[in-house]
Design a binder for this molecule. Structure first.
Ligand code: TXA
Ligand code: MG
Length: 357
């Protein structure tokens, strides 16, 4: 946190040429942020899921800056953030079912894909005829979006290939010198990116699991399908429903291996593996910690919500410490556990072994 205090005091970084200000989110910084967005510049802001890197969504030049700052492949589309339903008709064609979801889950961690309107530039949707929209459930994010007035395109505010940032410190680490302003709104409450739900086809389909679960969507719409690609890699010749699924996702600098099975058997397997690699780190659920006595274990928390909140923070810390090997328990892939397992499986590049085998 010393770096953070220093950053707040100096408020600027000049590593890569651009002055980066890191300011607590308040009336003064919000006014500055809105001015920058309307001038076509980038601002990182907090949401309830992860921090976003915002630009005016309908301004192609501003959106191009996002891709440059993140080093993001041009074929990976962005989510447009709104603060009011009055902003929706200009962006997309909402269906009756989509409106039911908005009533149930907005503001909140649900991104909805709908047919786009012509005003949305091709760069924002990477040339697709659908657009992703979301109203974040975070008071600071809504204040920021209200101040901007215009819809704001925002991916997660990490450099491509790094875990999504769940604190202003993470954004600072990735974006200092690349963007003019980071708004600090504390730690992201959810800690994993929003649920991405495709409502442009016949059946509502989850392309990325998040804090709004398939079970919750099915409660509202009576059905909810899961994309085939959630827990396995997209093949070379296969069409990816969402371009983000094809791209190499965050993978730790070291290797991450997931071990599945009964808790006792998993702990035993990890103990045996760890003996061969003494520097290896372990991620385990709180109730299983006694099974790892004598080993250095990091606590994922007592449930999926705590694991979601902690995961990216822990993975970033391992990268900072130069950890070479990480072993993790698996969580039941239901509810929010599905989202945690999806991120863990991708970070492990689908390296999942059975305990005792
Ligand atoms: O929680 C979140 O969603 C955060 C905060 C900042 O709102 N944003 C975020 O954005 O995670 P990003 O760009 O990191 O992830 C957006 C995902 C990508 O996997 C992208 O491929 C997918 O949504 N996506 C966006 N527009 C799409 C579209 N039109 N069709 C299919 N997938 C789309
Ligand atoms: Mg991202």
């Amino acid at each position: 946190m010393a770096v953070m205090a220093q950053a707040h005091r100096r408020c600027v970084a000049e590593d890569e040429g651009l002055l980066t200000r890191l300011l607590k989110l308040d009336d003064h910084s919000l006014a500055m942020a809105a001015g920058l967005i309307r001038a076509g510049e980038l601002v990182a802001f907090p949401t309830e899921t992860v921090y976003g890197l915002g630009a005016a969504a309908l301004d192609s030049k501003a959106v191009a800056r996002i891709f440059a700052a993140k080093e993001r492949p041009a074929d990976n589309p962005l989510i447009i953030h709104i603060h009011s339903l009055t902003q929706l008709p200009m962006l997309c064609e909402a269906t009756a079912d989509a409106e039911l979801l908005m009533t149930a889950f907005w503001p909140g961690p649900l991104t909805i894909l709908l047919k786009k309107k012509a005003v949305v530039p091709a760069i924002t949707t990477a040339g697709l005829d659908t657009v992703a929209v979301r109203m974040p459930g975070h008071e600071g994010a809504l204040q920021f979006l209200r101040a901007c007035e215009v819809p704001v395109a925002a991916p997660s505010a990490n450099r491509s290939g790094r875990p999504s940032p769940t604190s202003a410190r993470h954004v600072w680490d990735d974006m200092q010198g690349r963007i003019p302003l980071i708004l600090d709104g504390g730690h992201a409450q959810v800690g994993l990116e929003s649920t991405v739900l495709d409502m442009s086809g016949e059946v509502p389909t989850i392309l990325r699991p998040g804090a709004v679960t398939p079970e919750q969507v099915a409660m509202v719409l009576g059905q909810c399908a899961l994309s085939q690609s959630l827990m396995r890699p997209v093949g070379q010749d296969e069409a990816a429903p969402s371009p983000g699924m094809r791209h190499r996702h965050y993978a730790p600098a070291g290797r991450l291996t997931l071990v599945r099975g009964q808790p006792q058997a998993v702990a035993h397997s990890i103990r045996v593996l760890q003996e061969k690699q003494p520097g290896a780190r372990i991620l385990a659920m709180e109730q299983h910690l006694p099974l790892y006595q004598g080993l250095q274990v990091d606590n994922l928390g007592k449930d999926a919500a705590e694991a979601a909140h902690q995961l990216f923070h822990l993975l970033r810390r391992y990268d900072d410490e130069g950890v070479r090997q990480i072993y993790s328990e698996c969580l039941p892939a239901t509810g929010l556990g599905l989202a945690v397992m999806n991120r863990l499986a991708r970070a492990a590049e689908f390296d999942i072994i059975d305990a005792g085998v």
